[in-house]
Every structure is written in structure tokens, then in C-alpha cells.
Design a protein around this ligand. Structure first.
Ligand SMILES: [Zn+2]
Length: 360
């Protein structure tokens, strides 16, 4: 009798500990994408060939002063201090191919709409092969989360590119998607000010500046406290296509600073402090520094399907630069996002397995 009792007690203890291990702390998600930003700069800082090329940089001396160091650690720190002082210390970074960490597009197209479709639907759909404003037929993980109890109407996206309402199918999904200069119809004074600014701001890449997308997202976060927030930056891709390496780098540096500001904002709010996971990635890679290929991407550009992922949050153990054996695919992100919140994303289409090391 007594022994039985001990066994029962041990059994309960064992199960409790399993449950405790399975107990994740993530209640909120923030996802940020840097359009077409290369892993080469994330893990290597500014590129020595490109920063000295007068075709791509006006002020080569200024760029050297601000971003260059012969030491790769110093160099990447100068470009992305939040990534290398914060995420590398307390989170995880995947995709440094120089150290054998491979992260790839599973889709074969290597441009934006197929990439974002893959990130959010978990499905590298061959029929998604255009950047046109086509309502996406595939269910995405944001709309799946938006249907879960406690998350309804608490999922929002702020994007610079005006194709996102279609990619995330805001018409069907019910997610609030604010793109380009969509009017910010809020009575909040901060959002009203940003609304006026976005119509008056210069548009060097033909859409509102990423800075305004960011502040609109941040002020919305403070006011409405969404449980899932997506911010999509765009400038890096546009400046790269324009052959402007200076601005490509400057935008990435500023986006790193905005992400740092966002993290500080989250940790300063009781609703988000220590229960929010931040995941940062990109839609596709680009070519190498040689032969102007860094400006481009798509099927004809070798290596443009090479990407990276960064994660930081209470369920992500500190790992710095990860050296996983298996290749990670972009299509694993959707189920990872769901798993971080304790959900199992199983839509009608096939979905790849989550990246377990991000939350285990
Ligand atoms: Zn592009």
C-alpha cells in the first residue's frame, strides 16, 4: 500500500515536471521582416567590395568611418548593434553559411510574394509566382492565430509594401493590415500625427518610409496592445535594386535601431514584458558582390534563395550563432510561430515542421 502510494506520487511528480517543461511563456508574438536583406551583411557587416565601389557608394570615406572594421565581430556590431549585442547574447541567429548554418527558401522563385507566402502559410506553393495584387488563397498562420480564443481581433500588421493586404488576404483573414499610406483611422493623437506625416513625407522608394511604418506600429501597439504584431520593412530591397549600397546599409542600420526601440518598448509594458517572442527574418536573399548580382534576386541569381532567421524571447534559449546540422527552410516559420503560442497550425495545405530549437 505504502509502495503503491510512493509510485503514484512519483508518477504525478514525473507528469508535473513534463507539464512544467512544456509550459511555454510566450503569450505574444512580434514578427519583423527586412525585405531582401542579405545574410552576408547580417553575419559579416558591411561588404568591403561594395562599400569601396564608387558605382554604389557616393561617400566611401564616410561609409568606411561609420561601418568598417577589419575585425568581423566589430564590423557586424557596427552595422547591427541590437542583433549582435542583444540577440546574439540572449537569443538565436540562424543562417551564417560561413559557419555551416543553412537557411533557405523552399520556394523556387526567390522574390517577395512567394517568400512572404512561404513565411506565413508554411507552404512553398508553386502557383504563387507573381508579385501582383492577387488575393492569396492559402490560409496564413496570422489568420489561424486570429481565430484562436483570446486572439480574435488582436492580430495586426503594419507594412511598407502595398501588396501585403493581398498576401495576408485581409479581406478574408480579418487581420488588420495597414500598408503603404493606408489612412490610419484612429483617434489617438500619435496615430493622427503619423497619418498626416505619411501623406507629406518624401517617398524615396515610392511608398511611405519604413520609419513611418515603424512608428505607426509602435503607437498602435501602445494604444491597442495586440497579441501578435507584424512589421514589414521594405527599403533594403528597393535601395539594392537601385544599386544604392549606401542607403541599403543605412536602412538596415536604422531598422536594427527600430527593432531595438521596439524591444525596449515591449519590455517596458507589463502586457509584453518577458512573455513576448520576437522573430526577425527576410523574404529572400540576393546575389554576390561580384557582377552586380547583389542588386538582384530571383531564380536567375545564384544564392538568392539563401536567407536568415533571428529569434529572441522567453522560450528561446540563448544560443547565439546556431550551428544546426539540418538545413532550415522558410516554410518552417509558420508552424514555429504557432508552436510558440502552443498551437498546432494544420491548414488545408501541407505545412513544414516547426524549428524546435527556437522554443525548446
Ligand atoms: Zn526585390
Amino acid at each position: 500500500m505504502k509502495i503503491k502510494y510512493i509510485y503514484a506520487f512519483a508518477f504525478i511528480l514525473l507528469h508535473t515536471s513534463i507539464l512544467l517543461n512544456a509550459q511555454q511563456r510566450t503569450e505574444n508574438l512580434v514578427i519583423v521582416t527586412l525585405d531582401g536583406f542579405r545574410w552576408q551583411e547580417v553575419f559579416g557587416g558591411v561588404d568591403s567590395l561594395l562599400m569601396t565601389d564608387k558605382n554604389y557608394v557616393h561617400d566611401t570615406a564616410g561609409m568606411r568611418n561609420k561601418y568598417w572594421s577589419p575585425d568581423v565581430n566589430e564590423r557586424k556590431n557596427k552595422l547591427m548593434p541590437f542583433f549582435w549585442n542583444m540577440i546574439a547574447r540572449e537569443g538565436q541567429l540562424y543562417g551564417n553559411r560561413w559557419k555551416g548554418s543553412l537557411v533557405n527558401n523552399a520556394n523556387k522563385y526567390w522574390f517577395s510574394y512567394p517568400g512572404y507566402n512561404e513565411i506565413f502559410t508554411g507552404y512553398p506553393d508553386d502557383s504563387v509566382n507573381s508579385n501582383d495584387k492577387i488575393w492569396n488563397k492559402n490560409t496564413n498562420v496570422l489568420e489561424y492565430i486570429n481565430r484562436q480564443s483570446g486572439y480574435r481581433d488582436r492580430v495586426a500588421a503594419f507594412t511598407t509594401w502595398d501588396v501585403f493586404p493581398y498576401i495576408l488576404n485581409s479581406r478574408r483573414s480579418g487581420i488588420y493590415v495597414n500598408a503603404d499610406v493606408d489612412t490610419l483611422r484612429f483617434t489617438d493623437p500619435g496615430l493622427q500625427l503619423l497619418n498626416d506625416m505619411q501623406f507629406l513625407a518624401p517617398q524615396p522608394v515610392g511608398v511611405r518610409p519604413d520609419l513611418i511604418t515603424y512608428f505607426a506600429a509602435r503607437e498602435y501597439l501602445k494604444k491597442f496592445k495586440p497579441k501578435v504584431l507584424y512589421i514589414a520593412f521594405d527599403e533594403t530591397d528597393d535601395f539594392a535594386h537601385g544599386g544604392n549600397y549606401e542607403q541599403y546599409i543605412s536602412s538596415a542600420h536604422s531598422q536594427d535601431a527600430m527593432i531595438a526601440d521596439l524591444w525596449k518598448t515591449l519590455q517596458g509594458m507589463p502586457e509584453y514584458k518577458e512573455n513576448t517572442t520576437l522573430l526577425i527574418t527576410c523574404d529572400h536573399g540576393r546575389g554576390d558582390a561580384v557582377k552586380e548580382e547583389w542588386k538582384h534576386h530571383g531564380q536567375k541569381i545564384a544564392d538568392a534563395g539563401q536567407i536568415w532567421i533571428a529569434a529572441l524571447g522567453p522560450d528561446t534559449r540563448p544560443g547565439g550563432e546556431m550551428k544546426q546540422k539540418e538545413t532550415i527552410f522558410q516554410a518552417q516559420i509558420a508552424s514555429t510561430l504557432a508552436a510558440l503560442l502552443g498551437f498546432n497550425f494544420k491548414p488545408a495545405h501541407p505545412v513544414m515542421e516547426p524549428i524546435r530549437s527556437i522554443y525548446k
